[in-house]
Design a protein around this ligand. Structure first.
Ligand SMILES: [Zn+2]
Length: 266
């Protein structure tokens, strides 16, 4: 397989045209004509992931987060990102990013998160595209049976990979949970949509004190805040499955390296 073949599959599943205008998705480094046998999937393009790629012999790393979201004027080894690019190029490892285009895809990042925490049945976007009701940010789904906030939180802990500080919950532990909204990554901007949807709980990451406090005070759904990395990690398996189902003959590996920014909880 060539890198072009693999990119063709990824871009059919995650069309770059659906990425946000501020985003930076697609091929970051590599030659489209190069051969690809092993693909490592990871959330973050960081040194620990590059090390894992070299150790395993990957030809391509597919990450969710862009390396250069805001552009750059240097790839010198005097910066961590420059060192990473040098390592990848010297070892013929390509780097490809599917970010907000993977968030809004169907199935996308939030579908994988919803399934990881046990939601069943059809999943509908929390904020659908005006021209496509089955694609968009976030997902709404249901647990197999009515549960409580406390029990649902336990399922979230069980369903997501371990991180140093687990999850934080805002809301009455006994509150009934019938409908749940989820959004992988930073979900502040979807608080209003979660309230409007009338769900019982909203699971996301990177929530801040004031928006969360005001939201709960105003009678919004309960909130569960998980580690950013953990909410996006389940998508890696889904992307690997898409590669396998497409018929491209590559070996895939999902990186288990925890690259969440927070490494200790006390
Ligand atoms: Zn993210």
């Amino acid at each position: 397989m060539t890198l072009t073949d693999v990119i063709g599959v990824l871009e059919a599943a995650y069309p770059p045209a659906r990425a946000e205008s501020w985003d930076a998705v697609g091929l970051v480094s590599g030659d489209p004509a190069q051969e690809v046998r092993r693909v490592l999937l990871a959330v973050d393009p960081v040194a620990a992931v590059a090390d894992e790629a070299l150790e395993w012999g990957a030809d391509l790393i597919v990450t969710h987060h862009p390396l250069y979201l805001r552009g750059t004027t240097t790839v010198a080894t005097t910066t961590p990102k420059g060192r990473l690019i040098h390592t990848l190029i010297k070892n013929d490892v390509a780097l490809y990013t599917a970010h907000t285009n993977a968030d809004v895809a169907n199935p996308g990042v939030s579908d994988a998160l919803a399934r990881a925490v046990g939601l069943v049945g059809d999943l509908v976007p929390l904020q659908p595209f005006p021209d496509d009701p089955w694609r968009g940010l976030g997902r709404i789904g249901e647990p197999p049976e009515e549960t409580t906030l406390e029990e649902f939180a336990a399922r979230v802990v069980k369903g997501l990979p371990r991180t140093s500080w687990g999850i934080r919950v805002a809301g009455e532990p006994g509150r009934p949970v019938r409908r749940v909204a989820v959004s992988g990554g930073a979900g502040d901007s979807l608080l209003g949509a979660a309230k409007a949807a009338g769900v019982d709980v909203f699971l996301t990451a990177d929530l801040r004190h004031h928006p969360a406090s005001e939201f709960v005070e105003a009678g919004g759904p309960a909130l569960i805040d998980a580690a950013h990395w953990a909410t996006e990690w389940p998508w890696l398996d889904s992307a690997a499955s898409i590669l396998h189902e497409s018929g491209v003959t590559v070996e895939t590996r999902v990186s288990a390296t925890v690259t969440d920014a927070w490494t200790r909880g006390y």
